[in-house]
Write a protein that binds this ligand. Structure first.
Ligand code: ATP
Ligand code: MG
Length: 345
C-alpha cells in the first residue's frame, strides 16, 4: 500500500468507523492489532472523536492537536482527518510536533531568563538614579558609594550581553570545524597567568601540570582560551575553600568515544563540590546550583553553556565529576591535530 512508505502515521477508517488500514508508522504507534477494530478502541484517543466523526460525515478536513503518552514518553501530534470521496470513510494522519513544541518552550524560557537577568541590575540602577537625584543629592560620600554599586550593576549587564553574544557566535559556527593546530601547554600557561590575580585574591594556589611533550590539538586558540578561563574561574570561585586548583594535561592516546587520538585537560579543585544530580543540567544556560552565590560573584550562569558549545564545535567532550565535600573535576577531551604538531600561540 502506498501509505506504508510514508514516515508519518496514517490510518484509514471505513464508513463503519472501523480501522481499515494502518501504515507501518501507525502500527508502531497504535499496535499491530489495531486494524479491524472500532477507531475509538484502536486509537485510544477520545480527544479525536469530534474531528474524525466530522470527516466520516463528509465534512471539511479538520485538524486537532493531540497529546499522547507512549512508553512513558509524552508526545504532541497534529492530527488531520480528511473525508474520502463517496462516503468511503476518512484518512487520518499524525504529524509529530513534540520537537517543535520543545524548541518553542526552550525559546520562551530563554527569553524569560534573559529578561529576568537583565531586570535585576536595571531595577537597581533606576533605584540609585532616583536616590542620587533626591535624598543623596548633596551627600558626597553616599554618592560615591552608590556610583560604585551602579558601576557593578552596569558591569553585570555588560557581562551578560557579552556572554550572550559569545554564545550565539559559538552556536552559529558549531558546524564549522576549527582549523588551527594548538599547542595546549602555552595556551594553558597564559590562562593561568591571566587568572593569577584572582587566585591570589582568594588565596588559592594554581598548579599547572603538563608532561614534557604534548601532541597538538585541532582547535581555535581564542575559543579554547575561553573554555579554560571559564573552567578555571569556576574552580577559583566555587572551589576556593580547597586552597589549591590543578590544571593537568595528559596524552590519553586513542579515545574510544571520540574515535580519535586525544588530549585531556582536567581542571580540578578541592572545594565544596556538589551533588552529582546537578551534573546533567550544569551546562544548561542559566543553570546554577546556588543562584544567590553565583550572582554575588557576578556570574551570569552562561559560562558552562559556552564551554559545552565550544567543546562540541571542537568534536571533543566535557565530563564532570563531583561529590559534596570532595571538590569538582571538569575534564575536556580534545582530538589531536592530524599530525600532532602544534604551532605557537
Ligand atoms: N568547580 C565548581 N565547584 C562547584 N560548583 C561549580 C563549579 N563550577 C561550576 N559550578 C556550579 O555550576 C554553576 C554554573 O556554572 P557557570 O560557569 O555556567 O555559571 P556561573 O559561574 O554561575 O556564571 P559565569 O560563568 O557566567 O560567570 C555555577 O553557578 C555553580 O553553581
Ligand atoms: Mg562560571
Amino acid at each position: 500500500m502506498l501509505t506504508s512508505a510514508l514516515p508519518l502515521p496514517v490510518v484509514l477508517i471505513g464508513p463503519d468507523a472501523r480501522l481499515r488500514a494502518a501504515n507501518s508508522a501507525a502500527r508502531q504507534l497504535f499496535g499491530t492489532d489495531a486494524e479491524g477494530r472500532h477507531y475509538m478502541l484502536a486509537l485510544r484517543a477520545p480527544g479525536l472523536v469530534d474531528c474524525i466523526e466530522a470527516a466520516l460525515r463528509g465534512g471539511a478536513p479538520a485538524e486537532v492537536r493531540h497529546r499522547m503518552s507512549e512508553c512513558g514518553r509524552d508526545s504532541l501530534w497534529r492530527v488531520t482527518a480528511a473525508p474520502l470521496p463517496g462516503g468511503q470513510g476518512a484518512l487520518v494522519s499524525f504529524t509529530d510536533e513534540t520537537a517543535t513544541e520543545a524548541a518553542e518552550r526552550m525559546r520562551r524560557e530563554f527569553i524569560a531568563n534573559v529578561s529576568h537577568e537583565l531586570k535585576t541590575p536595571l531595577t537597581a540602577l533606576s533605584g540609585f538614579i532616583e536616590t542620587l537625584r533626591g535624598a543623596a543629592r548633596d551627600d558626597a560620600a553616599a554618592r560615591e558609594r552608590f556610583l560604585q554599586i551602579m558601576d557593578r550593576e552596569a558591569g553585570r549587564m555588560r557581562r551578560l550581553v557579552d556572554d550572550l553574544l559569545s554564545l550565539s557566535r559559538v552556536e552559529g559556527e558549531e558546524r564549522v570545524r576549527p582549523t588551527g593546530r594548538i599547542d595546549i601547554a602555552p595556551l594553558l600557561g597564559s590562562v593561568v597567568a591571566a587568572l593569577r590575580p584572582q587566585a591570589e585574591e582568594r588565596a588559592v594556589g594554581v598548579e599547572l601540570d603538563v608532561p614534557a611533550a604534548v601532541p597538538a590539538v585541532a582547535g581555535d586558540a581564542d575559543q579554547l582560551t575561553q573554555v579554560f578561563t571559564n573552567l578555571l574561574e569556576n574552580a577559583l570561585k566555587y572551589g576556593a575553600s580547597g586552597g589549591v586548583v590543578t590544571v593537568a594535561v595528559s596524552d590519553v592516546g586513542r579515545d574510544p568515544a571520540l574515535r580519535a587520538a586525544a588530549v585531556r585537560i582536567d581542571v580540578t579543585d578541592r572545594g565544596e563540590g556538589f551533588d552529582p544530580v546537578h551534573i546533567p543540567r550544569l551546562t544548561e544556560r542559566f543553570y546554577r546550583i546556588d543562584g544567590h552565590r553565583s550572582r554575588a560573584e557576578g556570574g551570569t550562569g552562561l559560562g558552562l553553556a559556552i564551554v559545552k558549545h565550544i567543546v562540541g564545535r571542537h568534536r571533543g567532550r566535557l565530563s564532570i565529576e563531583s561529590a559534596p565535600g570532595k571538590g569538582a573535576r571538569f575534564s575536556v577531551t580534545l582530538p589531536q591535530a592530524d599530525d600532532g604538531r602544534g604551532e605557537a600561540v
